[in-house]
Write a protein that binds this ligand. Structure first.
Ligand SMILES: Cc1ncc(COP(=O)(O)O)c(C=O)c1O
Length: 431
């Protein structure tokens, strides 16, 4: 039985897969089962941040697996503590880290933080008519998110996500999420009610062909949240930890002066070893019962957890991946080569391309509306183009129906970017 047949017989068909079985990878390249080589500008959807089969990952996996793989969170383990310190250092503001296993799970921790905050902290003086609510009992639980956002596939994740296609078939939705237009500060203010606990935003939306927040919008969100006494949460799962050329994706847009109350990470954090994490600020928050607490300590013992969160193995690998990014100066590489790729893609000047947007090595190419591709039928243009690029030896990731993403490893070389540009240009100009 070939690999595709094994899948159709035995694997639940949740994914529409390309007809490609990847057998091995090294650096920015992968090979399929027939031995065909591809330049991998998808990197496992922004996950393989230092490329495939990096010797430092192999070495860290081997060393730590020969020492201690798992102990549970009943005990301390040093790799987890050291990784938390490193991540908190990247944020550059006092705070603490919780570890889990995926992006959706990291966002779940943010939703629970928002509810704990809404339940246990003193609400500010009401700006709205609070109706039958007794002021001191007022619980806040609503989280405002944005149209076209993506926050993961758990039940709360699809309620938070601003795309109908992920919600369909899974009604009723988890309560307490609402979406407003992206980059629209007045819409956020209009959506705030006495029950609002938080605003959750991707500083750079990843699922609609890469759409950054306007820096002014992010700053306005901070002041809206401060004015209304609610949390500002950043989903940096796709844009964080180096992809934009900074550890914190939003800092590439706004500089250092803006600080969220909590951040979620996953994807590139451990170069392909499954891990998610959240950072929560230590800023003091007044409690309903009196006194105050650091925000990070609201998720106290027994309030949240996961068996595999922060194992010594996962943390040792993540620590090594982040050390490679530091030592090999890959933030600067992402900035420089991202700018080069963006410039060259913009210069293509094909009528097929509506717009190219990007920050560092997070690049989106949006195709023109009404574009019809020969032989595509009803298949969305992004998928047809991805097929054609595969045939030419380049892996990219669709992003919605009309956009593609370039998300190469952060240690991609200029020669590899130029090779990808040659392949891309050849496919687009042939159309
Ligand atoms: C911005 C963002 N948030 C959340 C997620 C969900 O992460 P995961 O697939 O690891 O659950 C993703 C995944 O694509 C994402 O891009």
């Amino acid at each position: 039985m070939n690999t595709a047949d094994l899948f159709s017989e035995y694997v639940v068909p949740t994914y529409g897969r390309f007809n490609l079985a990847i057998a091995r990878g090294r650096g920015c390249r992968v090979w399929d089962e027939e031995g065909r080589e591809y330049l991998d500008f998808g990197a496992g959807i922004a996950v393989c941040s230092i490329g495939h089969s990096h010797p430092r990952i192999t070495e860290a996996l081997t060393r730590q697996s020969q020492t201690l793989v798992h102990t549970s969170n009943l005990y301390y383990n040093r790799p987890q503590g050291l990784l938390a310190k490193k991540l908190a250092g990247y944020v550059g503001h006092p705070g603490k880290v919780f570890f889990c296993n995926s992006g959706a799970e990291a966002n779940e921790a943010l939703y629970k933080l928002a509810r704990k905050f809404g339940n246990e902290t003193a609400p500010p003086a009401p700006r709205h008519n609070v109706g039958e609510w007794v002021e001191t009992d007022r619980n806040r639980y609503e989280i405002i998110t944005f149209d076209d956002s993506f926050h993961g596939r758990t039940l709360a994740g699809i309620a938070a996500t601003g795309q109908q296609k992920v919600k369909t078939g899974f009604q009723p939705p988890v309560q307490g999420f609402l979406q407003v237009p992206f980059n629209d500060a007045p819409a956020v203010v209009a959506a705030i009610t006495p029950r609002t606990a938080a605003v959750l935003v991707e500083p750079i939306q990843g699922e609609v062909g890469i759409l950054p927040c306007h820096p002014h919008f992010l700053r306005t969100l901070r002041s809206i949240c401060d004015d209304h006494g609610i949390l500002l949460l950043f989903d940096e799962i796709q844009c964080g930890l180096g992809r934009t050329g900074d550890w914190c994706g939003w800092k590439t847009l706004t500089g250092d002066d803006l600080m969220p109350d909590a951040i979620s990470w996953a994807k590139g954090i451990a170069g392909g070893f499954p891990m998610g994490a959240v950072w929560i600020s230590n800023r003091k928050t007044a409690l309903k019962k009196g006194g105050d607490s650091p925000l990070a300590d609201l998720l106290g013992p027994g309030s949240h957890g996961t068996t595999f969160g922060g194992t010594p193995l996962a943390c040792a690998v993540a620590g090594e991946v982040l050390a490679v990014i530091e030592e090999e100066n890959l933030l600067a590489n992402a900035k420089e080569l991202g700018a080069h790729a963006l410039r060259e893609l913009k210069a293509l000047g094909s009528p097929l391309i509506k717009e190219v947007r990007g920050v560092g090595l997070l690049i989106g190419i949006e195709f023109s509306e009404g574009m019809s591709l020969p032989g595509a039928g009803s298949r969305p243009p992004a998928l047809t183009l991805t097929d054609l690029l595969h045939a030419a030896g380049l892996l990219c990731v669709p992003s919605g129906a009309r956009s593609l993403r370039w998300l190469p490893p952060l240690n991609v070389t200029r020669a590899e970017i130029d090779e990808a540009l040659r392949i891309f240009r050849g496919v687009v100009l042939a159309l």
